[in-house]
Design a protein around this ligand. Structure first.
Ligand SMILES: *Cc1c(COP(=O)(O)O)cnc(C)c1O
Length: 422
């Protein structure tokens, strides 16, 4: 029996998170045994250059020596206490001192939890009920975020998963990304009942989609005008676009920020933070309840804080990964042009993606024009040649500080070959 057969016997779909199942590319998943620097190794010993990097957190690459050493040292003191530790304070202080719009921050265990909690807080703080999100942005799998656009452009949403109630969906409105005029109309329509607008300041869960020039500024202004909170979901962008994340990169201050993935450096972590007067509404200070038995876990805090400190003390890392990323994506553009492939490229900082459509992609509708059958063939060709990219068109490629020019040159050859052989 193959491992995947065995996995399917005991785990729904054989995996603990759907995209891992490779269903979108019509294959069976590879099973990973270990990873080091820019490489993954599967249980058959095959080596892959990794452009998923655990979906973003591994800015320093796999198995970073300093993080590993600190984690091993932390393990020697026990794995969890369910009680307050100085490490949690260190982490919170570090983030608050370095990110100017965060006065206080609460640790949770995943990005899903961070978003779910931030939305509850936004509702508790504003006393309003509706939430606006954007089609194609992913904010984890809490009920109120598993909502797709309703029948009309400005109407309340409908469930995007069985098990989410219509009543829950009614409080979420999902509209196209980069569409300020529609956002304006939604605010007009629901006037004083919008608790918050949540978005990925760079959308990275429908492929990579960049915000138009005035989009984020416009969202900020509408939130101010209608006294709604702006939540930046920086699970992907925080500490990746630059140390200060998207808010620093685009110079926009959100009211609340959610983090995940990156701040755990590969350990399961999430966090939400923001202005003091909002954050002080959370229990035990305030009336918005939120808790977590393993939140602020000492091993996760050690891993995350070690990475954040390395990034803070070595800001040239950003220059390096952004340069190498630019080299990768600009060369991919050349390959596409030279061969007249029906593809386009979106990238920013150290994340990006190839869409299998010639058209400019700026929202979910345009992303959906991609030929996913071609993506699946491209993925298979890449995998066969030892390159691991996301097993879905609608995900990002992530680079780490361990992806050097040699690795990229090798990758570029294989990309050209893989698209030619679709
Ligand atoms: C991954 C992701 C989440 C959810 O985080 P989990 O840790 O998987 O629950 C939320 N928001 C964004 C932008 C993400 O990319």
């Amino acid at each position: 029996m193959s491992i995947f057969d065995l996995a399917n016997k005991y785990i729904p779909g054989g995996v603990n998170s759907p995209v891992r199942a490779f269903k979108a590319v019509g294959l069976e998943p590879i099973f990973i045994e270990k990873a080091d620097k820019a490489y993954l190794y599967d249980i058959d010993g095959k080596e892959y250059i990794d452009y998923v990097c655990s979906w973003g957190p591994l800015i320093l690459g796999h198995n970073n020596e300093e993080i590993r050493k600190n984690v091993i040292k932390a393990c020697e003191n026990g794995l969890s206490y369910g009680a307050a530790t100085k490490l949690e304070v260190d982490m919170a202080q570090f983030i608050c001192e370095n990110i100017k719009h965060i006065d206080k921050i609460r640790m949770v265990n995943s990005g899903t939890e961070a978003v779910m909690s931030a939305i509850r807080l936004a509702r508790g703080y504003t006393g309003k009920e509706k939430v606006i999100k954007f089609d194609g942005c992913y904010h984890g799998h809490s009920d109120s975020m598993l909502i797709q656009a309703g029948s009309g452009l400005m109407t309340e949403g409908i469930p995007d998963s069985n098990g989410v109630t219509k009543n829950c969906a009614m409080d979420t409105i999902s509209i196209p990304y980069n569409n300020l005029s529609l956002l304006n109309q939604v605010f007009e329509k629901y006037k004083n009942n919008i608790a918050c607008v949540i978005l990925e300041p760079v959308a990275a869960n429908m492929g990579v989609v960049l915000p138009n020039d005035d989009f984020l500024k416009g969202v900020r202004k509408l939130c101010n005008d209608y006294k709604s909170l702006l939540i930046f979901d920086e699970v992907i962008t925080g500490f990746r676009l630059c140390f200060g994340g998207a808010s620093e990169y685009f110079n926009i201050e959100p009211d609340l920020v959610t983090y995940g993935k990156i701040i755990g450096a590969g350990m399961p972590v999430g966090a939400y933070g923001g202005k003091k007067e909002i954050m002080d509404m959370i229990a035990p200070n305030g009336a918005v309840y939120q808790a977590g038995t393993l939140s602020g876990n000492p091993i996760a805090m050690t891993a995350g804080l070690t990475q954040l400190k390395i990034l803070k003390e070595n800001e040239e890392i950003y220059k390096n990964i952004n340069n190498i990323s630019k080299y990768l994506f600009e060369n991919i553009k050349d390959i596409i042009k030279r061969n007249h492939f029906d593809c386009s490229v979106n990238y920013i900082g150290s994340l990006g993606c190839i869409f299998f459509t010639k058209e400019n992609v700026f929202d979910y509708t345009t992303a959906k024009k991609s030929n996913i059958v071609n993506y699946a063939k491209y993925f298979e060709n890449m995998l066969n040649k030892g390159i691991y990219i996301a097993p879905s068109q609608f995900e990002a490629m992530f680079l780490s500080n361990e992806h050097n020019k040699n690795i990229i040159d090798n990758t570029l050859n294989i990309i050209e070959h893989s698209i030619k052989n679709i």
